[in-house]
Write a protein that binds this ligand. Structure first.
Ligand code: HSE
Length: 318
């Protein structure tokens, strides 16, 4: 491609939200955006060439400085290579999302980076292309190209990743009105790489069949606004049994959420955060308090985030 792509603005900031990866029944496929917290990436044109990470602020200060290894910039590097864009860029990253939290922080940074670059150069790339570039960031951070968190961070709401002949695409699922999620983030760190390494590579056939039925039932329940089916299907029989033991207090946190009437409760992404889906905001607040208390009883402080299941995705912030 010729070196014809020029920046159309001096500076762009984009922000992308945290999320709940897997949503219990869609390992690497389902995701839900949270209303908060968010990561923010600012790209600023400067003289010369190359991408330089000049500032990292927020709840994380130590990030790789090599742009090809940083979640916020790995996809930007390839996007600009593909487009023949040669401008020098300074990159400022503000992390609102803790690392190793199971809240999709690497995906949020990756999405914010590629969305900012798309806007800065006026590219108007498709959702699928942005997703592919954001996956470079996810892979740089976690070693795997799972698109569940990236899809919800980019598109918002509840998303299902589908692998089509033309590549990855995102299906937005309707969310039954009044569904709120609560995510409780214990102050523990569990790196996604370690959490993935704890999983077996082979699964018993009956478990795969039950999880497939739960995923299918979950999707039908979302389309039909069927709360009873949702309650029956929002159960992870495939991944949760292997990850629960990595999270101190998980069993009592889950029991506390279900006791408060949650529709379902499981590990968020790779953990250690735990989420529940509830019918109504009050129910989510009550479940969050009970879950947080269960972590406290296990000696672990935690933060609680209540969000509608239909929270928006990434946006240009300035
Ligand atoms: N789907 C991924 C996993 C999300 O569960 O490993 C982690 O960010």
């Amino acid at each position: 491609m010729s070196n014809s792509v020029q920046a159309t603005r001096e500076e762009v900031t984009a922000e992308a939200p945290a999320g709940i990866g897997n949503l219990a029944v869609g390992f690497d496929l389902l995701g839900q955006a949270l209303a908060a917290p968010c990561d923010r990436v600012t790209l600023k044109v400067r003289e010369g060439s190359g991408i330089e990470i000049t500032d990292v602020t927020g709840v994380v200060r130590e990030l790789p400085v090599d742009p090809r290894r940083n979640a916020a910039t790995a996809g930007v590097v390839r996007m600009l290579d593909d487009q023949g864009a040669k401008s020098g860029l300074d990159v400022a990253i503000h992390k609102g999302i803790a690392m190793g939290s199971g809240m999709g922080g690497s995906a949020a940074s990756a999405v914010a980076g590629v969305l900012a670059a798309d806007a800065l150069f006026g590219l108007a790339l498709s959702t699928s292309r942005l997703l592919e570039y954001a996956l470079d960031g996810e892979e740089a951070a976690t070693g795997a190209r799972h698109a569940d968190n990236v899809a919800s961070a980019l598109c918002g709401g509840v998303t299902l990743v589908t692998h089509r002949q033309a590549g990855i695409s995102v299906q937005q699922l309707p969310v039954p009105p009044g569904i709120f999620s609560v995510l409780v983030h214990p102050h523990l760190v569990l790196e996604t790489r370690a959490s993935r390494a704890a999983l077996p590579t082979d699964f018993p056939r009956d478990v795969v069949i039950r999880q497939s039925a739960n995923l299918a039932g979950f999707v039908v329940a979302c389309f039909n606004n069927d709360m009873a089916l949702l309650r029956d299907c929002l159960r992870d029989v495939l991944i949760e049994p292997h990850r629960a033991r990595l999270i101190t207090g998980f069993d009592s946190v889950k029991a506390a959420a279900l006791q408060e009437g949650a529709l379902g409760c499981s590990v968020s992404g790779g953990g250690p955060s735990v989420f529940a889906w509830c019918d109504g905001e009050d129910g989510a607040q009550r479940a969050g308090k009970a879950m947080s208390k269960a972590f406290a009883d296990a000696g672990i402080a935690a933060d609680t985030f209540v969000s509608p299941a239909s929270a928006p995705g990434a946006r240009i912030a300035g």
